[in-house]
Design a protein around this ligand. Structure first.
Ligand code: GDP
Length: 329
């Protein structure tokens, strides 16, 4: 294949000037898993700088398929454009790495936003592990902020670790749900409520409006049990309709209020710094595990050690020691 040389300076310039084709190419570069691309991508990230980061809002959005995420993001995005923001939408879709197709972040799902000049929609990377997708997404956020997008919406679905992954890369993590009361509440994973800074009962319109409000009150009670000691921020439960646009303003006001409260306490910038350090270690862990799996010493001993553990002639603890010794060697 013909390899085009990549001019990192030019690319950084294009990104900083918000040129779409350059930005798209820059994102493709950070998504690439090729070794030479990885180096260039890191150079690029250093070159574009982090000036845009200070005023950006990174918002995570999760909810089961059908809850109305794309309708909501389309509506919220249009509302934010109206306020003068520039809006980017990213997706973290772990299933796309298996199927090669991305449902989340598909432009056709956000019909109005996708044709707007000040909006940028990028589907989930379709190659690599969740760790790989997360890395690309984090680095894409840096590029988007450098390009002047001051609102970055990161969408995901509640599959496995993807919610934790997204919660760890955004300022505020929002959980969209539908009107559920009593026993149905049990169907909501406690894990996601622990991660959520904001819960919104969506599709609160038409004949479902009252039902949604009742469900929100009940959910608020459940949230109090899950976040009993959170003195800084009590995650509120809102109602809204992404379809007819009611509650989008309150949703956004709440995002800003959350930012204000954290900033006031010195926690906003600290949260981002902490995320950077945590992320560093996540990558160290991931890469160590990969090297371990690829280590010739470990590979040659693996089958034998596993079979000894299976038949009980070796304890798991001793087996672990042998594997690590083979890795060190
Ligand atoms: P996603 O899978 O979470 O992205 O959900 P979609 O945005 O694709 O919405 C799923 C279905 O719910 C579609 O038929 C939408 O028209 C409908 N829908 C989305 N938001 C609302 C809403 O606020 N109210 C009502 N009544 N329907 C909605």
């Amino acid at each position: 294949a013909k390899r085009r040389t990549i001019d990192v300076d030019q690319l950084a310039d294009d990104v900083r000037h918000g040129k779409r084709p350059g930005l798209a190419r820059a994102i493709t570069l950070v998504e690439s898993t090729r070794a030479d691309h990885r180096d260039l991508a890191q150079q690029l990230l250093l070159k574009v700088g982090s000036e845009g980061a200070a005023k950006s809002n990174r918002v995570g959005i999760t909810g089961v398929p059908g809850v109305g995420k794309s309708t909501f993001i389309d509506g919220l995005g249009m509302y934010l454009l109206g306020l003068g923001h520039r809006v980017a939408v990213l997706a973290v879709d772990p299933s796309s790495t298996r199927t090669g197709g991305s449902i989340l972040g598909d432009k056709t799902r956000m019909a109005r936003l996708s044709v707007e000049r000040d909006a940028f929609i990028r589907p989930s990377p379709t190659a690599g592990t969740l760790g790989g997708v997360a890395k690309a997404t984090r680095e894409t956020i840096v590029l988007l902020e450098a390009a002047g997008y001051d609102v970055v919406l990161v969408e995901t679905v509640g599959v496995g670790q993807s919610e934790v992954t997204v919660a760890n890369m955004v300022d505020v993590f929002c959980f969209l749900t539908l009107a559920r009361t009593g026993d149905q509440l049990q169907g909501i994973k406690k894990g996601v409520l622990e991660l959520a800074d904001l819960v919104a009962v969506n599709k609160a319109d038409g004949r479902h409006e009252l039902e949604a409000k009742a469900a929100a009150r009940e959910l608020q009670g459940a949230m109090r049990l899950i976040h009993p000691r959170d003195s800084l921020w009590r995650p509120p439960v809102l109602t809204m309709s992404g379809l007819n646009g009611t509650g989008l303003d309150t949703f956004w006001d709440t995002v800003l209020k959350h930012r204000g409260v954290l900033t006031e306490a010195g926690e906003f910038a600290e949260k981002r710094r902490r995320q950077q350090v945590d992320w560093t270690w996540t990558m160290v862990h991931d890469q160590l595990l990969r090297r371990l799996a690829e280590s010739p010493g470990v590979k040659s001993l693996r089958a034998e050690v596993e079979s000894q553990v299976r038949d009980g002639s070796l304890t798991p603890a001793l087996a672990a020691e042998q594997i690590l010794r083979a890795f060190d060697a």
